[in-house]
Write a protein that binds this ligand. Structure first.
Ligand code: SF4
Ligand code: MG
Length: 326
C-alpha cells in the first residue's frame, strides 16, 4: 500500500510588495521543491530555523491555501487539487495542533462544545448518547477530568489547553496530525508531558505525526525521522539515530551543535555560522546555504545540490564528495 502521505516537489511562491512605498513586486520562495513521505504510525519531524518554510509545508498539506505546484497525496489520493467534497473527507483524516492553543480555541465555547464540533461536522456520532460517550472518552484519552467539559479555555493552564487542542484533533479520528510548534510555548516540564502524551496516542491509535519544530532537543526524544529545512528546501532527511549521531549536511551539523547533550556538563563542539539566514526573496543561487557554509567551493555558488543517499536511509543535498562525518 502507498505511504500515508506523499509530498512531491511542493512549491509555494507568493508575491510581496517591497522597496520604497511598496512599489516593487517580488516573489517569496517560501517552499521551493520539497518532497518527503510519512508512513502510517510514523513521526517525521520537520526542523529548521524560523522562516525556513516548515510551517508553510504543514499548512500546504492541510490545504489551508493553494500550492504553487507539486503534489500532496494522502493514502494514494491527490489532495492538492481535490474537489471541495473530496477535501471534506480528507480534512477529517488530517488534523492539526497549533502552537498557541489559546488563540486556536474559541474562548466562548465550553470544552464539551469544542470537542463536539468536529464530531458533528464529520458526522461521526450515531446518536446524542454516542456524541456524549465520544466527548467524555476524549477527556480520558488526553488525561483531563470529565468535570472540565463544562469549563471554558481560559480556565485552564497552557498545558491543559494543549491537551484540549489535542483532544479536538483526535475527535475527528484522524490518521495524521500536523503538530506545528505544538509544545514550543510550554514550560520545559509541561513540554515533556505533552510529548509523552503524543507518543502514547500515536501508539494507541497508530497515528502519523508531522512534528514541525525548531526545538531539536524535543525532537530527539520522540521522532522516527527528521527532515531539515533551510530557505524553503530540505537539505537532509534521515532516521533519528543517524541524524543525531552523524549529521552529514553542514547546516544540520551547525544546527545540532547547539543542542545540549543529555549528560550534564557534556557539550557538542559549537559551530557558529557567519551571517544571518538570507531572505526567501531572491534566495542565494546554487546551494542556498553557500553564503554561510564553512565548506563552500565554486560549484556551490552556481549549481543546486539534489538530495542523494549518504548511505542507508540518510539523504543529503550537498556537493561535497566526502561529506563531513558526525
Ligand atoms: Fe556547503 Fe557547498 Fe555543501 Fe552547500 S553544497 S552545503 S555550500 S559544501
Ligand atoms: Mg513557524
Amino acid at each position: 500500500s502507498p505511504p500515508l502521505l506523499q509530498v512531491n516537489d511542493l512549491k509555494k511562491h507568493f508575491p510581496v510588495k517591497t522597496g520604497l512605498f511598496g512599489r516593487k513586486s517580488e516573489w517569496v520562495y517560501a517552499v521551493d521543491g520539497v518532497s518527503f513521505e510519512i508512513a502510517r504510525g510514523e513521526t517525521l519531524s520537520l526542523v529548521g530555523e524560523s522562516g525556513c518554510g516548515k510551517s508553510t509545508v504543514g499548512r500546504a498539506i492541510l490545504r489551508l491555501f493553494d500550492v504553487t505546484s507539486g503534489q500532496v497525496i494522502l493514502d494514494g489520493q491527490r489532495i492538492d487539487d481535490a474537489h471541495p467534497s473530496t477535501m471534506r473527507q480528507m480534512r477529517q483524516r488530517m488534523q492539526v495542533v497549533f502552537q498557541d492553543p489559546f488563540s486556536s480555541l474559541n474562548p466562548r465555547m465550553r470544552v464539551r462544545d469544542i470537542l463536539a464540533e468536529p464530531i458533528r461536522n464529520f458526522g461521526l456520532a450515531k446518536s446524542a448518547a454516542d456524541l456524549e460517550t465520544r466527548v467524555t472518552a476524549l477527556m480520558d484519552t488526553v488525561r483531563l477530568p470529565r468535570e472540565a467539559l463544562n469549563r471554558r479555555p481560559h480556565e485552564f493552564s497552557g498545558g491543559q489547553r494543549q491537551r484540549i487542542g489535542i483532544a479536538r484533533a483526535l475527535a475527528a479520528e484522524p490518521e495524521l496530525i500536523v503538530c506545528d510548534e505544538a509544545v514550543s510555548a510550554l514550560d520545559v516540564s509541561v513540554k515533556a508531558q505533552i510529548v509523552n502524551l503524543l507518543q502514547d496516542l500515536q501508539r494507541e491509535f497508530g497515528l502519523a505525526l508531522l512534528f514541525i519544530s525548531h526545538d531539536l532537543a524535543i525532537v530527539e526524544h520522540m521522532t522516527h525521522r527528521v527532515a531539515v529545512m533551510y530557505l524553503g528546501k530540505i537539505v537532509e532527511v534521515a532516521p533519528r539515530r543517524e541524524i543525531f549521531a552523524a549529521p552529514r549536511h553542514p547546516y544540520t551539523k551547525a544546527l545540532l551543535s547547539a543542542v545540549p547533550l543529555p549528560e550534564p556538563g557534556a557539550q557538542r563542539n559549537p559551530i557558529i555560522l557567519g551571517g544571518d539566514v538570507p531572505s526567501p526573496i531572491n534566495p542565494p543561487s546554487g546551494c542556498r546555504f553557500h553564503t554561510r557554509c564553512p565548506y563552500v567551493f565554486d560549484r556551490c555558488r552556481t549549481e543546486e545540490p539534489q538530495l542523494r543517499s549518504a548511505g542507508g536511509e540518510q539523504w543529503v543535498a550537498c556537493h561535497l564528495d566526502a561529506l563531513p562525518a558526525g
